[in-house]
Design a protein around this ligand. Structure first.
Ligand code: GLY
Length: 282
């Protein structure tokens, strides 16, 4: 039996002009969520756990996903979320979904369908058909930021990679986007550039979606590890490609062998790892 392990992230400290109190609050929240998710992982699969962890992160207004998401240029929130099952390699996701509390749960439902990535009105209509009720994720702070055009520049996303007792990996990622983006803009979070898992490794990214897509970041790290490159080398190689255009990104990863890693191109990413005994939090 494999020792279950879990790594989560909550975007960047630098978003939304984070002060010391907010930084501490984010760290406390990460500690709470990584512990809850690890306890869940002891009795559930990696796939179920990454969804559960992302749901907890989406429900915390400190993070830019679900409740507390950034507001787009037209005053609406459009969110994106995805899941990848390392066993089946199935990827499901929603892009620019509106007015649901937990986009990651909608992505979870799509795993059972042939059409597994839905966008815009189709994604929202699917959610309603599945019984997801209307939920306004805008919080007063984000509305205030939007009114004075002071939202962060797209550095926030949440994510989780889990390794379960059966040695199976899964990854999930969810975002409220950049803030003030053009209507129709597509994030990296529901693509394999932002969220990737196979039998060898799982990766979840945060940062500026356009930069992450340009580097195919999660998929590049994943394929390099799959082809035999050590995890740290795969990261360094992929982040060097990102540095070529000063790309803004961070990524967490966990391998089937239980190795974990994180790197960010700019300071500094919020993450937490636990195997149930050891807890690392930043
Ligand atoms: N990584 C989140 C976004 O750019 O939308």
């Amino acid at each position: 039996m494999v020792q279950p392990k879990l790594i989560i992230h909550g975007g960047f400290f630098s978003e939304s002009n984070t002060d010391a109190a907010t930084k501490l609050a984010k760290q406390e929240s990460m500690k709470r969520i990584v512990s809850l998710a690890h306890a869940f992982l002891l009795k559930h699969s990696a796939l179920d756990t990454v969804v559960y962890a992302c749901e907890l992160l989406e429900n915390d207004p400190l993070f830019n996903a679900g409740t507390g998401s950034q507001i787009q240029s037209d005053g609406s929130v459009r969110m994106s979320a995805s899941i990848m099952d390392g066993v089946t390699r199935k990827f499901s996701g929603v892009i620019n979904i509106q007015d649901v509390k937990n986009p990651i749960r909608v992505a979870e439902q799509l795993m059972a369908y042939d059409d597994r990535v839905l966008g815009g009105e189709g994604a929202t209509a699917f959610a309603r058909n599945q019984g997801f009720e209307h939920f306004d994720v805008r919080i007063p702070q984000r509305i205030k930021e939007w009114e004075i055009k002071a939202a962060s520049q797209g550095k926030g996303t949440v994510g989780c990679v889990a390794l379960d007792a059966a040695g199976k990996l899964a990854a999930a990622t969810s975002t409220g986007g950049k803030g003030f983006e053009m209507v129709g803009r597509i994030s990296d979070s529901a693509t394999v550039a932002g969220n990737f898992a196979n039998a060898h490794v799982g990766i979840s990214c945060t940062g500026v979606g356009e930069d992450i897509v340009s580097a195919s970041l999660a998929a590049a790290i994943g394929i390099r590890v799959t082809d035999g490159m050590p995890l740290d080398q795969a990261y360094k190689r992929s982040f060097a490609e990102l540095a070529a255009y000063d790309g803004f990104a961070g990524a967490i990863a966990l391998t089937a062998g239980g190795e974990w890693y994180h790197l960010d191109s700019h300071p500094s990413m919020v993450y937490a790892f636990t195997d149930g005994i050891f807890l690392d939090i930043f």
